[in-house]
Design a protein around this ligand. Structure first.
Ligand SMILES: [Fe+2]
Ligand SMILES: [Fe+2]
Length: 321
């Protein structure tokens, strides 16, 4: 069946299928950006692992950050089915030719940030990613299913941490509110530019890569988060935020999309630090990659030798027969 027929029937495109070059390129860009975000996203929270207030919180945070590394690996593997390899994608990131999510360029100033990242950032990731489980490209959609299960655990751990802090001291409650104030708008920006300034959305939706527009997903996130904020007892920092009976949705203020552009183009509070750390980690890991490659080569050579041995045996048995 042709690509267009598969898309029209809502069937999955698999690596063996013919696909337009634009489709392949869009997917490589999107999956790579997603993979990079998972890996760079380990940094802001990772900074708190050694400073977690208890062993329990340390274990939870450690597991969460490790999950994000796993998400990066599933996604790099999904990208590899499109004929690019991880080394190539990492190189593009390090050269600044591929992006990662703007949200990870903001600093984590207190332990409450760990909770708010789980609640907002993983929450926004869920809104973005649940529809991607039905994305038209098979390997991407399948990777998403598992990732979404883990993201929903991440969101709950963040919210649970905040519930605990809100029943703590005055200073803890103030830390939570301060973190909410700092992360709310950057979290809304995670959904990307507004629909009227998002030129690739229509094509991505026609190809079944994307299922909803940026503004639809942003609305869904706001509607999901407002009652959670009420329950928690924090104020979302938007004076325009209110329920609109007619629309059946919350109205809310417009994020500063100029800030989004600045942060994406490298001028956020932590861009330099994040990239420097990523570059350093890549260089520090060079010996691991070299060792893994040497091991794989040795394994291949051994397999080759035993294969040759089997053929020789088969041959001599035939001669005897
Ligand atoms: Fe993740
Ligand atoms: Fe997560």
């Amino acid at each position: 069946m042709t690509f267009d027929a598969l898309i029209a029937r809502g069937q999955r495109i698999e690596p063996r299928d013919d696909m337009p070059e634009g489709y392949r390129k869009t997917l490589v860009r999107q999956i790579a950006q997603h993979a990079h975000s998972e890996i760079i996203g380990m940094q802001p929270e990772g900074e708190w692992i050694t400073r977690a207030p208890s062993l329990r919180r340390k274990a939870i945070l450690f597991a969460k950050v490790q999950d994000e590394a796993g998400h990066g690996l599933y996604l790099y593997s999904a990208a590899e089915t499109l004929g690019v390899d991880r080394a190539e994608l990492t190189e593009l990131l390090l050269q600044g030719r591929q992006k990662y999510s703007s949200i990870f360029n903001y600093p984590t100033l207190s332990f409450a940030d760990v909770g708010v990242i789980g609640w907002f950032v993983d929450g926004a990731a869920i809104c973005n990613q649940v529809p991607l489980c039905r994305s038209s490209y098979g390997p991407y959609a399948r990777a998403m299913v598992r990732i979404c299960k883990e993201e929903s655990f991440h969101q709950r751990q963040g919210y649970e941490l905040l519930l605990r802090m809100m029943s703590g001291t005055e200073a803890q409650r103030a830390d939570v509110q301060d973190a909410v104030d700092r992360w709310w708008w950057p979290s809304l920006m995670m959904f990307g530019p507004p629909d009227d300034d998002s030129p690739n959305t229509a094509q991505s939706m026609a190809w079944g890569i994307k299922r909803h527009s940026n503004d639809e997903l942003r609305q869904r996130f706001v509607d999901m988060t407002v009652p959670q904020a009420e329950k928690l007892g924090v104020t979302l920092p938007d004076p325009e935020l209110r329920w609109n009976e007619e629309r059946g949705h919350h109205d809310f203020g417009r994020p500063d999309f100029d800030e989004l552009k600045r942060v994406i183009s490298g001028d956020g509070p932590c861009n330099e630090q994040r990239m420097a750390r990523r570059r350093q980690a890549h260089e520090d890991g060079a010996w691991v990659r070299a060792a893994a490659a040497a091991h794989a080569a040795k394994h291949r050579a051994q397999q080759g030798r035993s294969q040759q041995h089997r053929w020789q045996q088969d041959g001599s048995q035939e001669e005897q027969g």
